[in-house]
Structure formats: C-alpha cells, structure tokens
Ligand binder design. Structure first.
Ligand SMILES: *Cc1c(COP(=O)(O)O)cnc(C)c1O
Length: 361
C-alpha cells in the first residue's frame, strides 16, 4: 500500500515515520504493556511524553522563559472566545485585522464579549492580500491586536511581523505554526489547533506570556481560564493524551529534519514548485493570492472556467491527488502543503498540472 498524495486542508498529512512509530508502540508503549491511550494521565510514563512535548515546543520555536506552553482542547475556535473572555476589558477595544474567514470568526466571538475594532481588512477583494503595515490602524489604547498568520482558505500569509503593533499581539497560527522560524517575543499569545502542522486533531497549543495571564478578568469559568491550565501544567483535567503523544512524535520528527529552519527550507521549495506550475502556465492557472502575499502552506488557484476546474479536480482524484477542492467559500482548487507533505507529492502535482494544461489547451 503506497501513501496517498494528501493535500487535505486539515486534518492533514502526518509524517509516515511518525505513523509507523505510533503503530509499533500501539499495544505496548515503553514496556508498559498498554497503549499510550490506556495510560493514566497521572502516570510517570505519560507525564514524560507530556513534558517532553512542551519542552520541544519551547526548543523548536525558541520560546523565551517568560512564556507558558499550554495544551488545551476546543480547537483554535475555542481560543476565538477564550481570549476575549479573559483579556477584553469593558473600555478598550480588541483590534482585529481581517485577512480571511478565520479572522472574521475570531472577531465575531470578541464582539459578543466587548468592544472591538477592525484595524485592517482585505475583505473588499475577497482576501487576496495581506494589508500593508502602513495601512493598519493601531493604537496604544487597544486592549490587544489579533491577526491570523496564515489564511488557510484564501492562501495568503503574513510574510513577517516586523512592525510596532502598539498593543499585545495575539496570533492564530493554526495553519503555519512551526513551518518557519517566528520571533515569538513579538507576540503575547500564539495559538494553533494541531491538525494542520503539528499532529492529529484534539489538542490546541497555546503559547502565552506569563505576565498576560496575571491580567485575566474575573468571573471566567475555571476550565476557560488560562491560569487554571498554567498552574496545573495542562493537567487540570484529562488532556487528550494520545493527541499529545502524536504531537510529541511530530515535534521529534521536526527536530530530526532541521527544526523550524529545516521546515522553512522544505516549505519554500515545495511551494515554489507549485507556484511555478501556476506562473509558467501562461494564465491557464490563476493564483487567488497576490504574489507578495502568497502562502507557503495553502496554494489556491482556479482554471479558466468552472467546467475545466471540475474536470481538473476529477482527473486529479483519479490520479491519486487527494483534497484539492477549494474551500466552498472560494471555489477553485487548493493544495495544502503543510510540513508533512513531501516534495515528491508537490513534484507529482506540478507535473500533473502541466500535463492537464497540455491536454486542455
Ligand atoms: C483550521 C483553522 C481554524 C479552526 O481550527 P479548529 O481547531 O477546528 O477550531 C482556525 N484558524 C485557522 C487559521 C485555521 O486554519
């Protein structure tokens, strides 16, 4: 059985080596005579996995000591609510930069909890670009700034964060965490559902500045407070143990493959391969994103007509390319090429795109 060319947007491809390791250890982890899933979350064997995953996050992302790494549940979507629930005061607004559907969803949750403003938006073009820094409306009095580092659906990505954000910066990095080096010290909160770049669904990683936790609002339910999880080393209640075990294995794999720098190198080469197939097609394929805002994780494109797009997707599927349908809100095609997607899969897709173009000119 060969592995599929998996371009799913999330849950997404996992490294084959990681799956094989999990398979080998499935019924007898570390000579315990049981699966990781069957261990107590208070056992030494599990705690080692749990603590190792947090330590690897810190090491691979170069996270300073004044930050906590938390493993929570509820997905990135719960963070949309949990952040304003804890950090949005009655008077100062949460400042949201809209670069896609996920930013809109984050804003909607904050609106239910306090004052908000939109400090930048690319909505008018259906999110084809990332707003320029000098167009943003930032203020020292904002409670915080919220951005989405990579726009999974539209295929745009912040190229850097080198800007004076004026207020604590919160970032949803669900679809590009650990795909490249990031200056963590510029952020107060980074969060990501694991199912794109870090592992299976079920665990959400939150990197949060310790001093911010001290400013939590009162009256928030226990499980929805960051301090609860920070005090308990993310073991206040039963964590998603198997998902964290898989996360740990993925982090070991990232480390063995050159860390964040290694991932960036792979991802540059992979995305260049597919963007070249678009750019060298004389307009047969059109990218959704403007060139200087292109994502190295989600490559979005269309063909000259609805019918050709449909034929492309059908033929691609017949040839073993999975998950290329664009999100229903954009249409067209999308190749999600997270860390675990191989250069071979990208090469195969690029040559399929060329062949399809040649037979449909
Ligand atoms: C997938 C995704 C989400 C949603 O994550 P869940 O874990 O399903 O809640 C949020 N933001 C971005 C940028 C995403 O790509």
């Amino acid at each position: 059985m060969t592995r599929a060319h998996n371009f799913n947007a999330g849950p997404a491809a996992l490294p084959t080596e990681v799956l094989e390791k999990a398979q080998k250890e499935l019924t007898n982890f570390n000579n315990t005579g049981m699966s990781v899933m069957e261990l107590s979350h208070r056992s030494a064997d599990y705690e080692e996995v749990h603590n190792n995953a947090a330590a690897l996050m810190k090491e691979l992302m170069n996270i300073p000591d004044d930050y906590e790494v938390l493993f929570l549940q509820g997905g990135a979507s719960l963070q949309f609510s949990m952040l304003p629930m804890n950090f949005l005061p009655e008077k100062a607004p949460g400042n949201y930069v809209l670069t896609g559907s996920w930013s809109e969803k984050a804003l909607k949750e904050a609106e239910a909890m306090g004052p908000t403003k939109v400090g930048g938006s690319a909505k008018e073009t259906n999110y084809t670009y990332i707003p320029a820094f000098d167009s943003l409306d930032m203020d020292n009095d904002d409670a915080y700034v919220h951005i989405t580092s990579n726009n999974t659906i539209f295929g745009t990505q912040w190229q850097d964060f080198d800007y004076d954000w004026k207020a604590p910066l919160f970032a949803d990095m669900s679809s590009d965490i650990l795909s490249r080096p990031i200056p963590v010290e510029r952020f107060s909160v980074i969060y990501a559902g694991a199912q794109k770049n870090l592992g299976p669904s079920g665990v959400t990683t939150v990197i949060i500045k310790k001093s911010l936790i001290e400013n939590e609002k009162s009256g928030v339910p226990t499980v929805l407070k960051y301090s609860t999880h920070s005090k308990a080393n993310s073991l206040y209640h039963t964590p998603p143990t198997f998902a964290i075990y898989m996360l740990n294995n993925v982090l070991e794999w990232i480390k063995a493959n050159g860390g964040a720098e290694g991932m960036e190198k792979r991802n540059k080469q992979k995305s260049d391969t597919i963007y070249a197939a678009i750019d060298e097609s004389s307009g047969f394929y059109t990218g959704h994103a403007e060139k200087d805002s292109r994502s190295r994780m989600n490559v979005t494109f269309t063909l000259p007509s609805e019918d050709l797009t449909k034929a492309f997707l059908t033929e691609a599927k017949e040839n073993g390319f999975i998950g290329l349908n664009g999100h229903r809100s954009v249409g067209g095609c999308r190749a999600s090429i997270y860390n675990a997607v191989t250069q071979e899969s990208c090469d195969a897709l690029a040559s399929f795109m060329k062949k399809f173009h040649e037979s449909n000119r």
